[in-house]
Design a protein around this ligand. Structure first.
Ligand code: BGC
Length: 417
């Protein structure tokens, strides 16, 4: 090696040192495995790797995340949790109580999370006053996704009320399309049930039922109406719906086999991945009758205690990256959600995301902003599971009695409180 080569080698090694000295590994548990979701998750991986760290992907397939949570519990019990895991809503408190989560206060202070985040969001991310999780986005659950070409072929009109919704479904069905693309899995049944509850009970009634778990509301006449509407929906899904994944259901609408899908805006990630344009190739409508309500679902990564200093640094950089505007833009444009930062520039977002941000702010001011039960924001996973059981059993039994189901709902919730 001559002097120049030696010098060049020394210089290039030295320039690597600051990075290498702090490079760690970050293992991230999530369930973003559909085509669209993966594109979003990849943006996070790329930005973390650009900071010099190694990304260890811990993806557990299964919409809604039930399977991922089961795997996480096993890993945590064996004393080997990942650095970060997608844990949401009130469940963050449960993991905090177990003493397994680490605090992110230093990063939060440096990036001023308290002033960047809506207070409602910040509170969910804190355990005992410390930030233990970083919020990623805001998903809206009460959406209806429509293929306008299919609607036109069937002579159907995009609905704004529940009555119009069923009228459109009749037209789609009569024209030989699958009216409602559905996947028969408990969390998807629960998502449809929740949207119907927003439409029929209103935001206030929804809050009484699922946030306050008020017995009179849970067993009231309006709740019976919600179950009756759910039973009606069943008449518009196809025979192969049982067990179908949500992204396959989205594919039916994208490919023109079905007219509409009731789903949160992660469904948009599939349209985006298919190269379709919002407002042109597809329409996003607030679920009929739930205009003014915003059922929020916030994805967040909770951080586990780590002993290795470099991995801890990687974990902090992961949190730091998530709150940066660049990530908020790329991730959310692929994921279908809106940024969690209130100051984000929305000009590069599509029509659905812009409508969502506007509705989010308006709903926050009017009381229409309510946590999604089906996506673990309104109550513990025990209450969520109890509701799913009642809803799915009801949905799968065409002869079930709606009034009886409302009674069962209240009893099931009471049993797990
Ligand atoms: C999560 C989303 C995810 C969806 C489907 C929801 O509960 O919040 O991030 O895309 O489930 O898996």
């Amino acid at each position: 090696m001559n002097a120049i080569t030696r010098l060049a080698t020394a210089v290039s090694l030295a320039s690597l040192l600051p990075l290498a000295a702090h490079a760690g590994e970050v293992e991230v548990l999530h369930w973003w495995t559909s085509g669209g979701e993966k594109r979003a998750a990849d943006t996070l991986q790329k930005l973390v790797e650009e900071k010099g760290h190694t990304w260890k992907d811990f993806a557990v397939a299964g919409g809604g995340g039930e399977a991922a949570m089961t795997v996480l519990k096993t890993r945590a019990v064996s004393g080997n949790p990942p650095a970060a895991a997608q844990i949401k809503g009130p469940d963050i408190q449960e993991w905090g109580e177990l003493g397994l989560l680490t605090d992110l206060n230093e990063v939060a202070t440096e990036q001023k999370w308290d002033s960047l985040l809506p207070k409602q969001v910040a509170d969910v991310m804190k355990y005992d006053g410390d930030y233990v999780a970083v919020p990623i986005n805001v998903h809206r659950v009460n959406w209806l996704w429509i293929n306008p070409e299919v609607f036109a072929k069937a002579g159907a009109t995009p609905p704004t009320t529940l009555e119009e919704f069923f009228a459109a479904a009749d037209k789609l069905k009569a024209a030989g399309f699958i009216a409602i693309a559905h996947g028969g899995q408990p969390w998807q049944d629960g998502t449809v049930f929740e949207d119907l509850a927003f439409s029929i009970l209103g935001a206030d009634g929804y809050r009484k039922a699922f946030v306050e778990q008020d017995k009179a509301t849970l067993t009231g006449a309006k709740m019976t109406e919600v179950f009756a509407a759910l039973q009606k929906v069943r008449g518009y899904i196809d025979a192969d719906a049982a067990g179908r994944d949500w992204n396959t259901a989205a594919g039916l609408v994208i490919n023109g086999k079905a007219g509409m899908q009731i789903m949160g805006d992660w469904a948009k990630s599939e349209w985006t991945a298919a190269g379709k344009v919002a407002g042109q190739d597809y329409q996003c409508l607030p679920f009929p009758g739930s205009q003014g309500s915003f059922a929020y679902n916030i994805d967040s990564l909770a951080m586990f205690k780590l002993s290795n200093a470099d991995n801890r640094k990687a974990q902090e950089d992961l949190a730091r990256t998530i709150m940066e505007p660049e990530f908020q833009q790329f991730f959310n444009q692929n994921k279908g959600s809106i940024p969690v930062r209130l100051d984000q520039d929305m000009s590069t977002f599509d029509a659905c995301a812009q409508a969502s941000m506007k509705d989010f702010k308006e709903a926050a001011a009017s009381g229409g902003l309510q946590p999604s039960l089906a996506h673990g924001m309104a109550a513990s996973s025990y209450v969520q599971g109890a509701v799913f059981d009642v809803v799915t059993n009801f949905f799968n039994d065409p002869k079930a009695d709606p009034a009886r189901a409302a009674q069962q709902l209240a009893a099931a919730i009471e049993a797990v409180q």
